[in-house]
Design a binder for this molecule. Structure first.
Ligand code: ZN
Ligand code: ZN
Length: 382
């Protein structure tokens, strides 16, 4: 059949395998092409939905995503158990490493780095960590809020200068410097797709997050007794385990993805908006957290604020990635493959004709296993 949107001859299917448009006469053409109710990296979800895993782990199908959700849940439960047992130092360490470790497993699982694990991991996670150490140590030299041993967030009121430094200057400096290692990736030409850029950026942001948290909590980690009464640590632990890494990762992911788009000559208001959202969200996160703590509101309110900011960033990441995947649908040749999302055996080019998932976001092992087929077969094999 001939696709109404890209005018290519494509196999029968619910979605066009070349351009990803929804085939069907019911929706308006622009709607069918943009298909915002079918997020290209994970078609069972809407684009506007603050999911963590289908956003920052775009290469994984249903089943794998579930395994990662479980891993995350088990990690959080472990932190809770350590916290209740009063093993705060151990809980802090698990919280700092939980999301970055899951990301490392994801990079391995999806083989995002293809044949160059050392270079890619070094320039993303490793580079981010180096930037994180240097920057956080410098920040501490300029302004050290933790004079006393113990809960570092019991600082009674900070001045305007410190507030602007922590809430404005630090977030902007971090967003400028965090993406640099990923941008200087020497073999970046091997990874032309924006989804790769996004993942590399997230990895760099998570490397940064680990280093930042370790330096920031170094005094607590080294001086706390191994066992103490749990106290208020649960709020800090939640920020450290969930919101801090998600903010740092997705903000940098968005900035690196925008640069990837720029290199492809596709920089538009959507990408510039992405950079703006990353910086503004980081400022909102840092400044809002400081102001709320200064106002002595309930710690739960601070967590809600952080969740709102992170949710907004995740939605923008999805919006950016969805349109990048649709626009960058290269003709990969018709090939027999298995859809990582719906697990159907399909003959496809850029998108699964059955569920509409973008196959550029398939794990590398699946891409290698594609069996080339003659041009334009008559029917999708299901
Ligand atoms: Zn089409
Ligand atoms: Zn599919």
């Amino acid at each position: 059949m001939r696709c109404d949107h890209c005018a290519n001859d494509v196999p029968d299917g619910v979605f066009c395998t070349r351009c990803g448009a929804h085939q069907g006469k019911t929706a308006a053409p622009a709607e069918a092409k943009a298909r915002v109710n079918r997020y290209a990296a994970h078609p069972s979800e809407h684009v506007i939905q603050p999911s963590i895993f289908t956003t920052i782990f775009p290469h994984l199908g249903h089943t794998k995503i579930h395994e990662f959700r479980w891993g995350f849940a088990v990690g959080l439960a472990g932190i809770l158990v350590l916290y209740i047992a009063g093993l705060i130092t151990a809980a802090l360490l698990v919280a700092i490493f939980l999301v970055p470790m899951l990301y490392l497993i994801y990079l391995y699982e999806a083989q995002v780095y293809r044949d160059e694990p050392a270079i890619v991991l070094g320039f993303t996670i490793g580079g981010g960590a180096v930037v994180g150490i240097v920057l956080t140590v410098l920040e501490r030299i300029v302004y050290n809020p933790y004079q006393a041993i113990g809960n570092p967030l019991h600082n009674a009121g900070i001045g305007v200068g410190a507030l602007l430094f922590l809430g404005l200057l630090v977030p902007v400096a971090q967003e400028v410097l965090k993406p640099l290692p990923a941008l200087f990736l020497p073999n970046r030409a091997d990874f032309p797709e924006t989804v790769d850029g996004l993942v590399f950026g997230i990895a760099a942001g998570l490397g940064f997050s680990v280093a930042e948290s370790l330096v920031a909590f170094s005094s607590a980690l080294t001086s706390l007794p191994p066992h103490l009464t749990p106290g208020n640590w649960i709020y800090d632990l939640t920020t450290l385990a969930v919101f801090q890494p998600l903010l740092q990762g997705s903000a940098t992911g968005m900035i690196v993805a925008a640069v990837w788009r720029y290199r492809r000559g596709r920089l538009a208001s959507r990408e510039i908006g992405g950079v703006a959202v990353a910086v503004i969200a980081h400022i909102a996160f840092a400044l809002g957290t400081q102001l709320l703590k200064d106002a002595q509101v309930a710690p739960l309110v601070v967590l809600v604020w952080q969740a709102v900011v992170v949710g907004a960033v995740l939605i923008y990441v999805r919006y950016l990635l969805h349109h990048a995947l649709l626009e960058e649908a290269a003709h990969m040749g018709f090939a027999e493959t298995v859809c990582p999302n719906c697990h159907m055996h399909i003959v496809a080019s850029g998108f699964c004709p059955n569920c509409g998932g973008a196959l550029t976001a398939a794990p590398a092992s699946l891409k290698r296993a594609r069996k080339p087929r003659a041009e334009a077969p008559t029917r999708a094999k299901t």
